[in-house]
Design a protein around this ligand. Structure first.
Ligand SMILES: [Ca+2]
Ligand SMILES: [Ca+2]
Length: 99
């Protein structure tokens, strides 16, 4: 009987983890798609969308764990004030790197 209750808890924990994971994965894949579509003529609007997709904890900053792809690769270059977070202005610097 105890085992059944435990299994239920495990199932509930797993399914709640899954739903959180799914949201993050789709947001990251959206960000990856957007990032790969960016070129030298990308708009600030696109950078802004990328920023909100990458900023998964919505603290208006992209940490190194939130950065992906070319943002992660150029993280230190983009982080001009070296606070280990990218703000929108710093992420816009990606446009210059793409050129
Ligand atoms: Ca963040
Ligand atoms: Ca910074």
């Amino acid at each position: 009987m105890k085992k059944i209750a435990l299994s239920f808890i495990v199932i509930i924990t797993f399914s709640s983890c899954d739903s959180v994971k799914n949201v993050n994965t789709s947001s990251i894949s959206d960000a990856a798609t957007l990032l790969s579509s960016l070129s030298s003529n990308a708009t600030v609007q696109q950078i802004s969308s990328l920023f909100s997709l990458l900023d998964t904890d919505n603290n208006a900053a992209i940490s190194s764990t939130e950065a992906i792809g070319s943002v992660a690769e150029n993280f230190n270059v983009l982080d001009t004030d070296n606070n280990s977070n990218l703000n929108l202005t710093e992420l816009t610097g990606l446009l210059h790197l793409l050129k």
